[in-house]
Ligand binder design. Structure first.
Ligand code: NAI
Ligand code: MG
Length: 356
């Protein structure tokens, strides 16, 4: 038996709805395979936990997660708790504490889903964005002084280290090499930001020497938004800083049809710690409890998790099932359908059982 221990942290809003759907799909994969077993433990951390205990997770949270093979995460964020508390209280401590420095965001147009781009269908947009996930603009460096006074100052300092940039660049080149086109686009803003971003460009050129079989090019982040929109076929694997890739991947999600289908993996490539898999979207208060959250992003990220665990066959089976279901028009309202979360989940489970 190939057994994996998974820590599920559904957290807030639609998080519990989509993670519950994901858990039943993993169970279907177990039944379909026979040799596969997931031992899933649920953690009730998040904003409700915060309202009771004053913290988003207990002090020993990370040490309790450490023994798992992977973390399956929903979303954080509540209308009555400030976003910097929910984010810095749960998601970021896991990403940073477990040094999940590669944030990997695949984007493609699934069958049956319409891109807002005219004449752009399945096959025309198939990207993976690699986001540096441990430093850069989100390192938490900076401060405030003279609060409330006219001379108040706030600084937000971006930190780029040679170690940090080199390791994300190597990860991105390796990923580009594993994809059919073997093509990487390195994004910066090295015309205006002339220190860290110029170092980023220099390190990209150095690491490129180690990957002679990968073709690469460079883009400034503002021009990149134009290229993504006007010439999506010209891109494949993309690497960018924490902030730039955060923004570009929301654009990518929108161009692929909906945030409700976009997945992400927060990966420790050295496998010292568990990696964390989650939908890109947040807790979506506006549709919480209505039973219409799109579970596709949460299924797709489960496929990323299976790949990471070495279960490539189960991963491919799950993605085939998802594409069969979206292609047959069983879609939630965010992607133009009338199906519920449960309808989509049941259809994916059926497709898993009827596939070869
Ligand atoms: P959001 O992603 O929660 O929602 C944006 C829009 O997309 C909403 O209209 C929502 O209904 C829709 N949407 C999102 N996921 C969907 C799904 N699976 N199916 C159908 N529709 C979906 O972003 P928003 O509204 O800006 O933030 C809400 C809360 O979530 C905030 O507290 C924010 O801080 C938090 N957040 C958390 C993230 C995380 O946990 N990784 C990421 C983004 C936001
Ligand atoms: Mg974002």
């Amino acid at each position: 038996m190939r057994e994996y221990s998974i820590a599920a942290i559904p957290a807030d809003g639609i998080g519990p709805e989509v993670i519950a759907a994901g858990t039943t799909v993993l169970a279907a994969l177990e039944r379909r395979d026979g040799g596969l077993k997931f031992n899933i433990e649920n953690f009730d951390w998040g904003s409700d936990y915060y309202k009771k205990h004053g913290v988003m997770m207990p002090a020993d949270g990370l040490s309790r997660l450490k023994k798992f093979d992977a973390i399956y995460f929903g979303a954080v964020g509540a209308p009555d708790v400030p976003d910097h508390i929910t984010l810095w209280g749960l998601r970021l401590p896991i990403c940073q504490g477990f040094d999940q420095y590669a944030n990997v965001r695949p984007t493609k147009i699934l069958p049956g889903i319409t891109s807002p781009l005219r004449q752009c269908g399945p096959g025309d947009l198939d990207w993976v964005i690699v986001r540096e996930n441990s430093e850069g603009e989100y390192s938490g460096h900076g401060g405030r002084a003279h609060r409330g006074l006219p001379e108040e100052v706030g600084t937000e300092v971006a930190i780029f280290t040679r170690v940090g940039v080199t390791r994300i660049m190597r990860y991105a080149f390796r990923l580009a090499r594993s994809r059919p086109r073997k093509f990487l686009t390195v994004v910066t803003k090295s015309n205006a930001q002339r220190h860290g971003m110029v170092m980023w460009d220099e390190i990209a050129a150095e690491v490129a020497e180690e990957f002679p079989d990968v073709t690469w090019d460079k883009m400034l982040v503002d021009a990149m938004t134009v290229r993504m929109t006007l010439n999506p076929r010209s891109l494949d694997t993309i690497v960018a800083t924490n902030l730039h890739a955060d923004i570009l991947s929301d654009l990518a999600g929108a161009l692929a049809g909906s945030l409700g289908v976009a997945p992400t993996g927060n990966i420790d490539p050295e496998r010292r710690f568990p990696s964390m898999f989650e939908p890109i979207h947040g807790s979506a208060f506006d549709i919480t409890g209505k039973g219409i959250a799109n579970p596709v992003a949460t299924f797709w990220t489960a496929a990323q998790m299976l790949d990471h665990l070495g279960e490539a066959e189960a991963s491919a089976r799950l993605m085939r099932a998802v594409e069969r279901v979206t292609g047959s028009g069983i879609l939630t309202p965010d992607v133009g359908g009338t199906a519920t979360t449960k309808d989509v989940t049941d259809a994916v489970i059926d497709a898993i059982h009827s596939s070869n």
